[in-house]
Write a protein of this length. Structure first.
Length: 440
């Protein structure tokens, strides 16, 4: 039976208290020696998706504690990760090494004498192609070369909700970060993401022996970037990534994660791990004593989060809805919606393969008088191709319309800046900085 351990971090958390809680949880599973043997190379992978502190990223104190335990087991720990292409190209403009430095990982690793390395350097991801046994959608994948050179893998996600990840981003979703940032990871951020992130861990599932959630400062709401912090002061460790995700999901309010959270459900039914909490042994703190109902993430609901926004939905996939919200969150931190209200204007997002974009130019002009018309995503843009595309892209209407390509459209900081420009709002230093870094 899969086993998951829960321990409390005494407050206020510090390095020693975090270490004690991590050790306590792992000891409840049988101790680090159950998972790691002397002389083994052990990859320790946190979530460093962005240069933002916890709960967007994994607390380095948790990674430090695990690394020290691996060293005590006379194995060789290697901390490794890659930031997202969003961070590299379209949001902060930072490399993984810069993210590691900013978040204190480089100094932490140096202080305890362990190796730390990005999977990518100078815009190049060091990857190899491997076959995926029994892959649902993927038969071959580009993964970090280091994965093939280590004996064991320990995943260290931070517990947070996720718009795209099916409910939470945890031990399963964490391993999306070992795929090539600039090829496969870009191609797989669509509605099939849940199946693909399950396929991604198949080639190295046997090595993925231990998962340790940083649940000290968690995230609720529209994670994995724009949610709100929640102090839980927990460590959740497990010997099965699917089971560990399932119990973490149960802690934040899901009752039946093997039915409610896409990646857990898919991994459960395909035998990659145990997703049904009824078949998971929970040790340490009692589940009922640590549960708290989080506000969950939502791709589909947009208008209630952003006043003055109207989505004209034409059979849209959840991914385009999520990236509309990522774009709007970029704007929100600049006071944009207060400006929009003062102007008496609206944003009209036409999205989806069958979105009813008016074919009558006078009707489009009427919408332009009320605000900005945004045709978002490749499906929606393709519906303009018969007669409207060049009228909207280059004709007299172009100043009141945005055509945003991509499946999905990733370049959210560029879109946010263009929305401000189209509405006649300045791009000051405040906006430039906000579009690079949106604090949680």
């Amino acid at each position: 039976m899969s086993r998951v351990a829960i321990s409390r971090v005494l407050t206020p958390p510090d390095e020693d208290k975090v270490f004690d809680a991590v050790k306590k949880a792992i000891d409840k599973l049988g101790g680090i020696e159950r998972f790691i043997k002397p002389g083994e190379k052990v990859l320790i992978k946190p979530n460093l998706v962005s240069p933002r502190p916890p709960p967007v990223t994994t607390d380095p104190r948790v990674v430090r504690a695990i690394t020290l335990l691996v060293k005590e087991a006379k194995a060789k720990p290697i901390i490794a990760e890659s930031a997202s292409a969003m961070t590299y190209w379209w949001r902060e403009g930072m490399t993984t090494r810069q993210v590691m430095e900013l978040l204190g990982y480089i100094d932490m690793a140096r202080s305890i004498g362990v190796e730390i390395t990005p999977f990518d350097e100078d815009g190049k991801f060091r990857s190899v192609k491997v076959k995926i046994p029994n892959g649902i959608l993927i038969k071959e994948i580009e993964i970090a070369e280091l994965i093939t050179k280590v004996d064991k893998i320990i995943g260290v996600p931070v517990l947070k909700t996720s718009m795209e990840g099916g409910g939470i981003t945890g031990c399963i979703k964490l391993m999306h970060g070992v795929t090539n940032t600039f090829t496969d990871r870009l191609r797989w951020h669509r509605s099939d993401l849940w199946y693909k992130i399950v396929d991604e861990i198949r080639p190295f599932r046997d090595k993925y022996v231990l998962c340790v959630f940083d649940a000290i400062k968690c995230m609720e709401g529209d994670g994995p970037i724009h949610g709100d912090p929640v102090d839980m002061n927990l460590i959740i460790a497990g010997d099965d990534p699917v089971a560990t995700d399932a119990i973490a999901a149960k802690i934040i309010g899901y009752e039946y994660p093997h039915y409610e959270i896409g990646p857990i459900a898919i991994a459960h039914v395909t035998g990659l791990g145990v997703g049904d909490p009824a078949n998971i042994e929970v040790v340490g703190e009692k589940l009922e004593n640590v549960r708290r109902r989080f506000r969950f993430a939502s791709c589909e609901i947009v208008e209630s989060y952003f006043p003055g926004v109207h989505v004209i939905d034409g059979a849209t996939c959840r991914t385009c809805k999520a990236w509309i919200k990522f774009t709007l969150y970029m704007l929100k931190d600049t006071g944009f919606f207060e400006d929009l209200k003062k102007m008496g204007k609206k944003l009209y997002f036409f999205v989806g393969l069958n979105t009813p974009i008016p074919q009558d130019l006078d009707r489009i002009r009427e919408l332009m008088d009320k605000g900005l018309v945004i045709i978002f995503g490749e499906c929606a843009v393709s519906t303009t191709g018969r007669e409207l595309y060049w009228v909207l892209a280059q004709g007299e209407l172009r100043d009141g319309v945005m055509l945003i390509h991509g499946c999905p459209p990733f370049a959210v900081s560029e879109y946010a800046a263009e929305i401000r420009r189209k509405l006649g709002l300045e791009i000051t230093e405040r906006e430039v900085e906000a579009f690079k870094y949106v604090p949680t």
